[in-house]
Design a protein around this ligand. Structure first.
Ligand code: 2P0
Length: 405
């Protein structure tokens, strides 16, 4: 039980979103600074479905060592170089403020107590490090009253987890790889806000958990060291795709967005297969989802949906709200409404859909069987906003740890 404090407790609380890349980050040019070999681009997902809630607090009454509690479990901060790097950068920025203005309380000298909770189960198989580090950096920056913009803070979050730098903003977010050896130009920036193209939807097909995948940090280092395809991807293919997807987003051109997204997912997984020894993240259930997306697009006669896969078997399927019946309606008819996850904030446009958007006898029946037997749940979500400052503190006025779960 954490000690309750008599000294003043300073607090700030934020939520932060998950993001799913459409141009994948895979490969580091500097593992210590966490600098990528190529730029990447993601869609920030709505916090109405998935979010991390984090309170950062500090007090002279806390024990001397900084503390971090994730989903109710105390973490060993000292063994996490990435967390230490983020906290050291944030403290240094606070110290600059205190040096410039002696009337400010010396928060940089006080021990931190940070408490964080995800609103989605770890069992959902979604990587939580992006939302987690984005929330940690945003909450401590708010606690310290830092003037730095989300773009500048992304440099700090990147050191926690590469993909975390993209969760500091909403909408459509690019992480520019940068060129400088110190990483000062390796930053995330908003390509377009959520309001530019708010109709984007995402259906996440959560594949029943099997054995643990190769962790992405290890996997990407194996790929950089051993894949002969990798250099072409990083140097030639991704720069062209970044330009193409940014144009597609600016023009709200879903067919172009869809093709680049699917090709980049396939290209990233091809470099995994080309690694030595090979790395497999997609499985038979993932490949069934790929087949069905191509079948739906071909039956409809235009690209209405696009799949993408990260370092695991789950499929994320992007589509536009107007095509909900065609895309989500077809998957719902295939999977059955008893599968968990259909209800929720983005269910409205599907509520009245009673028949599949495309005739099920026209899609691959084996893929249907494999998908039906291989999923544990779905998550229906959409493009969303960046971190939001809230008052649902996870640390009480006296420093006690609270829970919202
Ligand atoms: C991405 N992934 O762009 C890619 C696509 C997985 C596949 O970012 O080592 O957890 O912490 O920088 O950010 C997963 O890698 O890796 C990832 P680290 P991270 O979203």
């Amino acid at each position: 039980m954490a000690a309750v404090s008599e000294s003043p407790v300073f607090r700030a609380t934020t939520t932060a979103p998950v993001n799913i890349a459409v141009i994948k980050y895979w490969g580091k040019r500097d593992a210590t600074l966490n600098l990528p070999t190529n730029s990447s681009l993601s869609v920030t997902l709505s916090q109405r479905s998935l979010r991390t809630l984090t309170t950062a607090s500090c007090s002279a009454g806390y024990p001397a060592a900084d503390e971090l509690t994730l989903n109710g479990k105390p973490q060993d901060i000292q063994s996490s170089k990435r967390t230490l790097a983020c906290l050291a950068s944030l403290r240094a920025h606070r110290q600059e403020l205190e040096n410039a203005n002696s009337s400010l309380p010396k928060l940089s000298t006080l021990p931190l107590r940070i408490v964080s909770e995800n609103n989605f189960p770890t069992a959902a198989g979604l990587a939580s490090s992006a939302a987690g580090f984005a929330a940690l950096v945003r909450a401590v920056a708010d606690l310290y009253g830092l003037p730095q913009s989300p773009r500048e803070l992304s440099r700090i979050a990147r050191q926690g987890s590469g993909s975390a730098c993209r969760s500091l903003m909403g909408g459509y977010v690019a992480w520019r790889s940068g060129e400088l050896p110190d990483g000062s130009d390796s930053l995330a920036e908003e390509v377009a806000p959520q309001s530019h193209w708010p109709e984007m939807r995402a259906l996440i097909l959560v594949v029943s958990a099997e054995k643990k995948d190769v962790p992405s940090t290890t996997g990407m280092q194996t790929t950089v060291a051993t894949s002969e395809l990798f250099a072409t991807r990083a140097n030639a293919i991704v720069p062209a795709r970044m330009a193409a997807i940014e144009t597609a987003i600016q023009n709200r051109d879903f067919p172009a967005f869809a093709e680049v997204t699917m090709r980049d997912s396939n290209g990233f997984h091809a470099t995994c297969l080309d690694s030595w020894p090979p790395i497999f993240y997609m499985n038979d259930v993932s490949r069934a989802a790929v087949r069905l997306v191509h079948d739906i697009n071909s039956i409809v006669g235009r690209a209405v949906c696009a799949y993408t896969f990260d370092a695991g078997p789950n499929a994320v399927i992007y589509y536009l709200e107007k095509d909900s019946a065609l895309v989500a309606g077809t998957f719902k008819a295939i999977l059955g409404s008893s599968l968990e996850g259909w209800s929720g904030p983005f269910y409205e446009s599907l509520k009245d859909v009673s028949s599949p958007g495309v005739a099920l006898d026209q899609v691959d029946s084996r893929a249907v069987d494999v998908l039906k037997s291989g999923l544990s749940r779905v998550i229906l979500t959409a493009v969303g906003e960046g971190p939001v400052s809230v008052e649902d503190h996870l640390v009480g006025e006296k420093g006690e740890i609270l829970s919202r779960q």
